[in-house]
Design a protein around this ligand. Sequence first.
Ligand code: SF4
Length: 271
Amino acid sequence: MKVEIREAKSIITKSNIPSIDYVINPYTGCQHGCIYCYAEFMIRFTGHKGEKWGQFLDIKDYDFRKIKPSIYDGKSILLSSVTDPYLPLEKKYQNTKKILENLVGTNANIQILTKSKLVTRDIDLFKKFKNLKVGISINTLDDEFARIIEPAASKPSERLQAIEQISKENIETFVFISPFFPEITDFKAIIEKAEKYTKNFSFENLNFRPHNVPRIYQIIKKHYPNLLSKYREIRQVHTYWDFTELEIKDFCERKKLNYKIEFHHGGFSKS
Ligand code: SF4
């Protein structure tokens, strides 16, 4: 992994994601290397043309004291959209921690979203915010399959432990079931494990993009060969998602959960 420290002109930027006003990406690139990642388009915009996503990481160099917490009062902020705020190198560089320390006092609605157990490090910091919630993204309970599709992220079991620990500290939590792998993601099993710690769930479908399709097909062919033709079909015909959406709605309503289905919008990290 090529790691560089690069000066950043800004650290909190306006967002195109529906219902999110600002995003914070403390790093450029992502160590987690998820095979389906939608953020790979960032290669073109960050001076990394010709490099591989998951093999570079820029540590944003910024004077975090310039952050003015009151500017964001009443706004929504997501941390992060095109990287993970708790990458393994966050332990060393602590950009996420420094950003949060400088945001203390804001009345913004902050959402932290991660696939890393390192998030529990900042529990004391989270408690200093009035409106902050912490979420994990997860799409399987199978640690082995997760290691294949999200090689450097924490195991799903560790992510669930993290959310348990955070909710026990009375910090609001949520679970983002994403991306939903057809016939593999057992959303009911995930909810049944996680509902002890949260009532908030959101869902995103697997988005097939030209850059990730070969990797997805290769992995499905190797680990779930009987699903390969179904995946090809789902890529072309989107009705699978309509039926899945109805099933999710029915299940969540019966359980009286707060839920949000973000299917068909083209990818959470797109913007
Ligand atoms: S954690 Fe998110 S940004 Fe990082 S590689 Fe995985 S999907 Fe992409």
